[in-house]
Design a protein around this ligand. Structure first.
Ligand code: ADP
Ligand code: MG
Length: 571
């Protein structure tokens, strides 16, 4: 449990404030997280790494020369929001593009992905690297679909060292993926962790048992087994990773490995060393050379009692970067070369960003956008109960509420922007951000991305033609596909959105209103038909079979909103 706190709600923020206060030479606090205290040199790629709080030193503890340029910090175990990610990137990126590095979890994928959409529209070159080292979470063939655990350390260390050595964005991205593809982790836990302020752990492992293949957010292990000796556990971890050792002598791998033995919270260093003694024996017996092994706490899970082992199968290129100097609050190695690091020239904050000048034509379109979003909010409110009921069948019942909150936030943001004389583009971008921030949930992030991408098609200095409307709607749907990764047939809003987009782009009607109305009829039929399929994605996938006979709530809300859009534009 957590002994030292003021209020559970402020715990994550206060911890960040204290971290920055303790390391003023390395860090500054920015909206949404931390950034380096120095300016990123112009043209140098930025490495922005993050995720939820509760994993220290990951991720804010790894910001500094040779590693991260900034870290958005979410609440305990929850992804930072897209606007937090965006803000940290704005404080870290300086013309060289950015790598967004995070563990492969649905919430992080959506929120970092949404921030990427917005940044790309603003001309920033964004690359996404999802760390996926946990062998317990998927098969070897699907390595990149696994979840990320302590592999965050070597992947971000290697990418950061590459950037420090002068790599451009392409090269840094290549090396980050290469490091991820060479990294494997496996862990066990003896007891679960407790959120600050809570009395009970998120899960317990029965006495005398251990959870094997645990997650780092309180996800219990994939199976339980009796606790063995330290040597037994060392063997279990080691053998699980060695099952995926690549062939020696191929692709530059010769049996040299980076080794990380990671304590998850309450396991003592001495216990870790007892385990490491056995790991060292096993490495030697297997003809492996440990390259600068690390034993300690790197990616923790609050006070979880457990540990994990990570191996990185190195080649010469990765080894050099693994060994390069680094200087961050939690991770230091060697001596950084004395290069000039320019002083920070300022801190970006949303509150200080001026609304771009817009023409009268575009401002009139912005007011129409606010009208449309107010209609969306009305439609969502009218259907809130029904959408919630549908989501409760195999999901968590919050879809109606999520859509109401999201559309309300978007409508308010759009109206405020339009009242401040923003143009169509700026208005829709702000509405998209507000939708995602107000809604939460998968559909909130996807609708936020859709609005943001649609806004990117418009301009603040020109009116909107009929064709622009169709292009914007199509761009919004493309963003949902890109970000959500769903295919038709997975039983999601995509099952309504794709037939809708196809009907719309093939429509002979040159007026957007009637064309959207006609396509929305196709979407409504497609949404009804999702009753015949079982969910394969999203929360509902776990209870996929139960969803048979019920239409997908996200597909239904999509078709309702497109119907409303067609009607309003036809008027
Ligand atoms: P959550 O699932 O996080 O509770 P909501 O309940 O608001 O979010 O939304 C659920 C809807 O989101 C589903 O009915 C489905 O249409 C949509 N959805 C879920 N995952 C995806 C995805 N990967 N791509 C597109 N839509 C998705
Ligand atoms: Mg839901």
């Amino acid at each position: 449990m957590t002994y030292l706190l003021n209020s559970p709600d402020d715990f994550a923020d206060e911890a960040i404030r204290g971290l920055v206060a303790a390391h003023p030479d390395l860090l500054v606090e920015v909206a949404g997280g931390v950034a380096r205290s120095t300016q990123t040199p112009p043209g140098q790629p930025a490495l922005v790494i993050g995720g939820g709080s509760g994993h220290y030193p990951a991720f804010a503890g790894w910001v500094g020369p040779g590693m991260g340029h900034g870290a958005p910090c979410g609440n305990i175990f929850s992804s930072p929001s897209a606007s937090e990610v965006y803000s940290v990137v704005r404080n870290a990126e300086n013309g060289g593009g950015v790598i967004l590095g995070f563990g492969n979890y649905a919430g992080d994928v959506l929120h970092f992905g949404l921030a990427a959409e917005k940044l790309r529209h603003e001309g920033v070159d964004v690359r996404i690297v999802t760390v996926s080292d946990d062998v317990a979470s998927n098969t070897p063939e699907n390595h990149r679909d696994r979840r990320g655990v302590a592999g965050d350390l070597p992947v971000f260390k290697i990418a950061g060292a590459a950037i420090e050595a002068g790599a451009d964005l392409d090269e840094a991205e290549r090396l980050a993926w290469k490091a991820n593809d060479a990294t494997r982790s496996f862990g066990v836990a003896f007891d679960g962790c407790t959120l600050p302020g809570a009395d009970e752990a998120l899960f317990h492992v029965e006495k005398g048992q251990m959870g094997i293949g645990l997650g780092i957010h309180g996800e219990p292990g994939v199976r339980d087994a009796g606790i063995g000796s330290a040597a037994d556990i060392a063997d279990l971890l080691f053998d699980s990773l060695m099952a995926e050792e690549p062939p020696r002598g191929r692709d530059g791998y010769t049996g040299r490995v980076a080794v990380i033995l990671n304590g998850l919270g309450t396991v003592k260093y001495e216990e870790l060393f007892v385990v490491y003694a056995r790991i060292a024996e096993r490495l030697q017996d297997n003809g492996l050379t440990a390259v600068r092994p690390e034993v300690g706490e790197f990616v923790t899970s609050l006070d979880m009692a457990g540990l994990s082992l990570t191996l990185v199968f190195l080649d010469e290129e990765l080894e050099k970067l693994w060994l390069a100097p680094v200087e961050t609050p939690a991770y230091r190695r060697g001596t950084m070369p004395a290069v000039h690091r320019p002083a920070r020239t300022g801190i970006w904050d949303k509150a200080t960003v001026a609304i771009p000048e817009a023409t009268g034509e575009s401002r009139a379109c912005a007011r129409t956008i606010a009208d449309v979003l107010e209609t969306f909010h009305q439609v969502c409110t009218d259907n809130e109960e029904r959408l919630g009921r549908l989501d409760a069948v195999a999901g968590d019942g919050d879809h109606g509420q999520g859509m109401t909150f999201g559309s309300r936030g978007a409508a308010r943001a759009a109206r405020t922007a339009a009242d401040q004389d923003a143009g169509a583009r700026t208005t829709l971008l702000m509405a998209g951000e507000a939708w995602a921030d107000s809604a939460g949930g998968t559909s909130g992030a996807l609708w936020g991305a859709a609005l943001t991408s649609a806004g990117g098609v418009f301009s603040d200095t020109a009116g909107i033609g009929e064709r622009d409307i169709v292009d914007a709607v199509a761009a919004g749907i493309d963003a949902v596909l890109r970000l959500g990764g769903a295919q038709p047939g997975d039983k999601t809003m995509v099952d309504a959105a794709v037939p809708f987009r196809d009907a719309l782009t093939e429509a002979s009607d040159t007026d957007a209103g009637p064309a959207i109305t006609a396509a929305a009829r196709v979407a409504c039929e497609a949404a009804e038909k999702t009753a015949d399929i079982t969910a394969r994605l999203g929360r509902a996938r776990v209870l996929g079979e139960k969803s048979l006979g019920t239409p997908d709530p996200g597909a239904l809300s999509f078709s309702l909103l497109m119907t409303a859009l067609g009607e309003q534009l036809s008027r």
